[in-house]
Each structure stands twice: as structure tokens, then as C-alpha cells.
Write a protein that binds this ligand. Structure first.
Ligand code: NAP
Length: 280
């Protein structure tokens, strides 16, 4: 495989493992298209892939990884436990299916949604701790956990997740939760960093992009990584995939960073964790 091998920094997680700060997101990549799209992403130089049982495309991700010829140790693959599998036996079976699809190893495994309106989040976290102990799952974390959910894990005397994958983009900066994660030693992964494409056409972002001679996408992704978050934009286009990788060779000034943060208006691109309870 010929790649450009762009240099992507790593973030050290609290369990001592180093995750590439920028990866490739696969939400809404159709299952039948996933092997092709993920193969293009690997060719472009991505070495960190973010999928989920909910996306229905883990098999395609696994096939692309196998076909790439890359050393598995040079790749980071994250997947997520789906909402209907929070109980012990169902959780273990779902994990085994993911492992099968993804070639026998998961680098980071997340509880996709807390479902805290129905469940004690401590229970699913105990299931995750057991899974990590018994199966080839290297790191475990959570997604969409609120400060109250994280506090509940601590109060129950359980381990601290290494990651909380939460929505964060210029329109929904999520800074209170990001600060709570930082105080707890939890790395933040920012989902829908481009607000699912709604950042494009924003006049303030377009002006800033012109100022620094970069694209809107690069400016927004630069803002995210400069804030210290881990990020994995999704694109099905190889040119845009490469464009999104080129965010480590320039910096935004404090003023430019603040002007992007000032776009926050509380608009979410996805569901609110306090009410989302889809179980498939
Ligand atoms: N844990 C969770 O609950 C959760 C929720 C949502 C997302 N996520 C994760 O976060 C990842 C990223 O979020 P997302 O997929 O929701 O959305 P996103 O990455 O914020 O935005 C993707 C959209 O932006 C467009 N795009 C990407 N790069 C572009 C560029 N350089 N120029 C112009 N358009 C561009 C894409 O179109 P094209 O494909 O046509 O380029 C697509 O429409 C997901 O794929 C998933 O892995 C997790």
C-alpha cells in the first residue's frame, strides 16, 4: 500500500496507552460501502478508526484492515457496545461478535450511551471491566456520559474510564463536561467535530479560513486538536479525507481560537444523552 504517512501526534491515556489524536469516523458510512471507504482512509494515512455496533459496519472496517496489509499493531480501532447489550451475557456476546468482525482485537471499547434514565450506569461499567479482564480489549471508556454519570462511577468505587467520547464542535463546545473530564483524568474524544457538515458555509469560519489560508474543515479540526481533544472526522471523499489530516502544520492564535468558541449557541448535532434511549 502506498501512503503519504502524515505525522499524527498521540495522546497518552490514563492506562498508559497512546492513541493517535486524529482518526477516521465511520458513522453513516453504509455497510456495503465501508470496506471501500475505510480502505481509502487507510491509503490516505489514517491509522485510527472509529466504528460502533450501532453503525452496522464493523465487518467492512475489519475487511479493510485485513486487506490493507498494515501491521495491526500500527492501527487503533475503537468500537462501542450497543444500547441493547448492557447486561453481562448480552454484553459479552456482542463483544465477541465485534472481535470476530474486527480481526480479534479492540483497542478501545466504549459504552455508546449511558441510558441513565433507565439504568444505573455503574452496572454497565462493571460489565465493561469484566470484558476488559477476560477478552482481547485493550482500553475501555465511555461515550455520551454526563458529569453526573461519571460521578456515579466514582461514587460506586469503580475504575475511571480512559475516554469520554462526547459531542463537541463550534456550535456545541461542551466545555463544562470537557473540564470535568480533564479533572478526572479522562481524555475527551470530540464527536461530530464538523457538526455533521453544518460548519460549511458559516461566514465567520469562512473568513477565518481565508485569514489563515486553510479550508473551513482544517480550521475547525485545528481548533479541536489545539484544545487537546481526540477527533475523527468522517468523509467519503479521498480529497477531503487528506485535507482533514493536514491540521498539524499550522496554529491558530488565542484570538482565533476564542472566535471559533464564540460560535457556541447550544445547538446539538446529535441526541441529548439525558433523553436518548434508543435500543434498536
Ligand atoms: N459516540 C457517538 O455517539 C457519536 C455520535 C456521532 C458521531 N460519532 C463519531 O464521530 C465521527 C465524526 O462525526 P460525524 O460523522 O457525525 O460528522 P462530522 O465528521 O462532523 O461531519 C461529516 C460531514 O462533513 C462532511 N465533510 C467532511 N470533511 C469535509 C471537508 N473537508 N469538506 C467538506 N465537507 C466535509 C462529510 O461529507 P463527505 O462524506 O461527503 O465528505 C459529512 O457530511 C463519526 O463518524 C463517528 O465515528 C460518535
Amino acid at each position: 500500500m502506498s501512503t503519504t504517512e502524515p505525522q499524527i501526534p498521540t495522546i497518552l491515556l490514563d492506562d498508559g496507552r497512546a492513541i493517535p489524536q486524529l482518526g477516521f469516523g465511520t458513522f453513516q458510512v453504509p455497510p456495503e460501502d465501508t470496506e471501500r471507504v475505510v480502505s481509502l482512509a487507510l491509503e490516505a494515512g489514517y491509522r485510527h478508526l472509529d466504528t460502533a455496533q450501532m453503525y452496522g459496519n464493523e465487518e467492512g472496517v475489519g475487511r479493510a484492515v485485513a486487506a490493507s496489509g498494515l501491521d495491526r499493531a500500527d492501527l487503533w480501532v475503537t468500537t462501542k457496545l450497543n444500547n441493547q447489550f448492557h447486561e453481562r451475557d448480552a454484553g459479552r456476546e456482542a463483544t465477541e461478535r465485534s472481535l470476530e468482525a474486527l480481526g480479534g482485537r479492540i483497542d478501545l471499547y466504549l459504552v455508546h450511551w449511558p441510558l441513565a434514565m433507565h439504568e444505573d450506569v455503574a452496572r454497565v461499567w462493571e460489565v465493561m471491566e469484566e470484558i476488559r479482564a477476560d477478552l482481547p480489549v485493550d482500553s475501555v471508556g465511555v461515550s455520551n456520559f454526563t458529569d453526573a454519570n461519571l460521578a456515579r462511577l466514582a461514587e460506586a468505587g469503580l475504575s475511571t474510564p480512559v475516554v469520554d467520547q462526547i459531542e463537541s464542535n463550534p456550535y456545541f463546545v461542551n466545555d463544562e463536561l470537557r473540564e470535568s473530564c480533564a479533572a478526572r483524568g479522562i481524555a475527551v474524544e470530540a464527536w461530530s467535530p464538523l457538526a455533521q457538515g453544518t460548519v460549511f458555509g458559516d461566514p465567520q469560519l469562512e473568513a477565518l479560513a481565508r485569514q489563515v489560508d486553510r479550508s473551513v474543515s482544517q480550521v475547525v479540526l485545528r481548533w479541536t486538536v489545539q484544545r487537546g481533544d481526540i477527533v475523527f472526522p468522517k468523509s467519503s471523499d479521498p480529497t477531503r479525507m487528506r485535507e482533514n489530516l493536514e491540521v498539524f502544520d499550522f496554529e491558530l492564535t488565542e484570538e482565533q481560537m476564542a472566535s471559533i468558541s464564540s460560535l457556541h449557541n447550544g445547538t446539538r448535532s446529535g441526541p441529548d444523552p439525558d433523553s436518548f434511549d434508543w435500543r434498536g
